[in-house]
Design a protein around this ligand. Structure first.
Ligand SMILES: C[S@@+](CC[C@H](N)C(=O)[O-])C[C@H]1O[C@@H](n2cnc3c(N)ncnc32)[C@H](O)[C@@H]1O
Length: 223
């Protein structure tokens, strides 16, 4: 593992879900890694973002309109923009993260916040998906927690419920895609998605993070 020379807090705030901290690890060899800690739990870092970016590669076509649940460090949204998404609406529960993105606290967050195709909304994605409106999306991508089996926020269990996933699927245009990131295989989630009608695909990726091996999973429903 690379030695940490310095740990710098870039921003911190308290929210109803606990403390949100964005910090930067300065590693030997002039390497920097940004990390997001929520309520004392590691949420993600910028050292290994292959699966956050893979989530964006479920984009069905350039120009597509995408609803994203969870801003995080902005890697999924940035990749959607790089791939030519026409519109990216990011729903993020922590208002401080949206403020830090607008303030340009990291380069990736700044790039996302300043792109004219992006709208950042402070809300719970579960509330957004349950609201009756006639907006339809070419893709909905959800990365708000570790997945149904290892939640950071217990309240996010409803995001992975059959009711919410069905509401999300109903917001898709024909040929649309619903993609869900999980920290490990989640067979029950795959079954729930399969019950919504359409084809379900599981993408498993072996990832090494800070010396530990993980099998991250993305579940993709195409309607
Ligand atoms: C792991 S991060 C997302 C990482 C992101 N895919 C990226 O590439 O950086 C999860 C994000 O979802 C947010 N979040 C958690 N629960 C949420 C909810 N119910 N609605 C919206 N955002 C939520 C967290 O505050 C955090 O910013």
């Amino acid at each position: 593992m690379t030695d940490v020379e310095e740990l710098r807090v870039l921003a911190r705030a308290d929210s109803p879900r606990g403390e949100v901290v964005l910090r930067r690890r300065l590693l030997t060899g002039a390497c920097e890694v940004d990390e997001l800690i929520v309520n004392g739990t590691f949420a993600m870092d910028s050292a290994e973002t292959s699966t956050e970016r893979a989530l964006a590669r479920t984009l069905p076509r350039p120009g597509a309109e995408v609803l994203v649940g969870g801003l995080g460090l902005g890697f999924t949204a940035a990749e959607l923009l790089r791939l030519g998404a026409g519109r990216v609406e990011v729903v993020e529960i922590e208002g401080c993260l949206v403020s830090w993105a607008r303030a340009g606290v990291t380069g990736t967050l700044a790039a996302v916040a300043t792109d004219p195709r992006v709208r950042l909304t402070i809300a719970d994605i579960a509330d957004v998906l349950r609201t009756e409106d006639d907006r339809r999306w070419d893709a909905i991508v959800l990365d708000v927690d570790n997945g149904p089996d290892f939640l950071i926020h217990e309240a996010n269990a409803r995001v992975y419920s059959a009711e919410l996933l069905a509401a999300a699927a109903d917001r898709l245009r024909p040929g649309g895609v619903l993609a869900v990131w999980c920290q490990g295989p989640a067979p029950a989630l795959a079954l729930t998605l399969a019950g919504l009608g359409g084809a379900v695909r599981e993408e498993l990726t072996e990832v090494v993070r800070q010396g530990r091996q993980f099998t991250y999973a993305i579940y993709i429903l195409t309607r």
